[in-house]
Write a protein that binds this ligand. Sequence first.
Ligand code: DC
Length: 672
Amino acid sequence: MIHSPAPYPMRSSGATALKGDVSVPGDKSISHRALMLSSQVIGTTQINGLLEGEDVLNTAKALTALGVQLTRLSKQCWEVHGVGIGGLRESDHVLDLGNSGTSTRLLMGLVSPYPFTTFFTGDDSLRTRPMARVITPLTMMGARIVARGGNKLPLAVTGSADMLPIRYSLPVASAQVKSAVLLAALNTPATTTITEPQPTRDHTENMLRYFGFKLHSEKAEDGSVSVAIMGQQKIRPADHEIYVPGDPSSAAFLVVAALICRNSSIYIRNVCVNPLRAGLFKTLKEMGASIELRNERSIAGEDVADLVVSSSRLKAITVPAERAPSMIDEYPILAVAAAFAEGETVMHGLSELRVKESDRLSAIIESLEACGVTARAEGDTLYVTGCAEQPKGGVTIHTRYDHRIAMAFMVMGMATAQPVTVDDATAIQTSFPDFANLMNSIGADMVAVGATHVAATTHAPITIAIDGPAASGKGTLARRLAEYFDLEYLDTGSLYRAVGMKVVYAGKDPQDKSAALEAAKNIDAEDLANPRLRQERIGQAASVVSAFPEVREALLEFQRQFAASGKGAVLDGRDIGTVVCPDADFKFFVTATLYARAKRRHRELQGQGIEVVFESVLEDLRERDARDEKRSVAPLKPADDAIIIDSSAIDANNVFEKVSQIVLKKYPALAA
Ligand code: DC
C-alpha cells in the first residue's frame, strides 16, 4: 500500500489536566505475528483486539495473496483459517507492504521454504530501509533473493523446498531478523539455532509456544540468548483464540503525556508489559515517574497489566545501551520526556535509530531544537537538556512520514508554551489510528489543520450505522457519507424490499411467512437493482415481511459481512446500530416529524410524476411507522448510544454537514 500522497497537518495545543480510563490499540508486533502464525496452524484462530493500523492490514492483505483466508468478523476481531506449514501458495501479485518493515522481513522468512517466487515492495520510506540483515541468513538457508542496489526493496524471494537448518549469530540484535529466521525454520527440516547478542522482543517465541510448537531458549553468561527450533513439527489441527494486549509503544505516548501535563492521572487498561518491551516504563520510573502496575496477569504467553500514571517531576538520568532493544521505538517520546526533566538525559546505543522509518536520531534532535530544547548526538548517544522553564514550542515539525515522531511531538505540544503542529499526521494511521481522538478524550486539544477535502487514503475500516424511519432522509445522508469518505454503501431497506417484491410478484401474500423466508434466502444482486423496489406497495410489503424474525435472521449475515469487509462501510436501515452492527464506530438516528416526512415523500412522488393525495402518503407512513416500531424483533428505535439527528427543520445539506463534522472530529485522518 503506497501511503496517501495528501499529507495533512495537525496541531496540538496546551492540554488541561488529563483524566480518564482508556485502552490503547492492540500491540503491533503481536498483531503481525498473530496473523502470520495462525496461518501456519491448521484450524481457525479468532484474533481479538487486533490492531487495525495500516501496517497490520498490509500483513493481512499479503497473507490473503498467499492463499490464506482471513475474515474480519467485527471491529478488531478477525478470523484466520490456517493453511498449516507448507500450505501457502504463490501470489499472483507483488506484495506491497506499504510502510511496514515488520511485515516485509517476517514474510520474507515465511515464504523462503516455498519453491516459488514472491515479489516485495513498499512505500518511499520502506524502499530505503536495509534488508541485507534478513537476506543474509535466509540465503544461507537456501533461498535466492534478488534485491535492488544496496539490498533494498523491491526484491524477489525465490524459495527452496530443500532449505537447510543453520546456526546463526545475529550481528545486530533484531527481533525482526530472529523472527524471519524462525518463520523460515518452521518449514525447514532439523534444528535451526539463532543466537542474539542481547535479548530482543520474544513475541514470536511466546506465540509459537502458545500454538503448541516446541522451541528451546537459553541465556548464556555473556547475556546472549539462543533459540533453537526443530522444523516441520506436527501440530495437531485445532481452533484457537488470541487476545492481543495493548501496545506498550502506543501506551508510551499517553504515559508521557500524563507525566508532563500538570494535575493528570490516567488509567490505561490491558497493556503488554513483557519485560523485553517495558524498557521505557522502567526508565521513566528511574526518572521519578509515578507509574503503577495493577492487575498483573499473563495472557497467551504475554505479561499484561493496567497502568496508573500521574503527573510527576522528572529528573535526568543516563540510559544504558543494553536497554535499547527493549525500548527502541520509545526514544522519540523519551526524548520529549527528557525535555521536561531536570538536567541532561543521556541515551546510549542508538545506532538503530538511524535506520528506522526515518533517521529518527536526526529527526528527534531537529524537532527538539525547533521547540527550543537543547539536544545533540555524539556517535550513537543522544543528549537532551531539560528546560528549566516550559519549552516554547510554537513550531511546525517535519515528521518525515514517521508515526512515532508525529505522535511524540503532538504530545510535546500538550505541555509547551505555544502549540506544536506536525506537518503530516497521516503516518499515525500505521500504528495508532485513533490517536488524536483518544488523546482528546482525556483532555488533549489536537485538531486537523486546514482539512479541506477527503483523500482516497487508506485508513482502518470504519463502520457508520444510520437508522431512522421512512422518508427521514437517512438514505440520502448515508449515500453522501459513503461517497465523501470513500466507504462502501448498503441500503438494507432494499434487502427487505427485494423480499417483498419477490413475494408480491409471485402472486403471494406478504403475510405468508414461508414464502417470505424462501424469498429472503434467494435474493441476488439483480433483485437489488430492480426499479420495482421503489414502488410504494413494495415498501409496504417490505414493512410486513421485515417483521418475521426468520426473514431478519436470513438477511443478517450478509449485512454483517458487508459491514466488516473491505475499506469500511455505511449501512442504513432500522436496526443497524442496535442489531446488525452494535459496535459500529458511529451510530446516527435520523428522524423527523411524521408531517415533515410525509411532505418530503409527497414532493418526491410528485417529482416522479406520480399523483397521490398528501393525506394518503401521510397515512401510509403512519401505518409503516407503527408496524416498524411495534414488531417484536428489532423494532425501530435508536440505539442507546446513537446520536439523534432531527431533520424536520433542516435540509439534506445541513444534515450532511452536521454528521460529517462529527465523523471528522473523531477521525481527523479521514480528511486530508
Ligand atoms: O428504508 P426502506 O423504506 O427502504 O425500508 C423498507 C422496509 O424494510 C421498512 O418498512 C422496514 C424494513 N427494514 C427493516 O426492517 N430493517 C432494516 N434494516 C431496513 C428496512
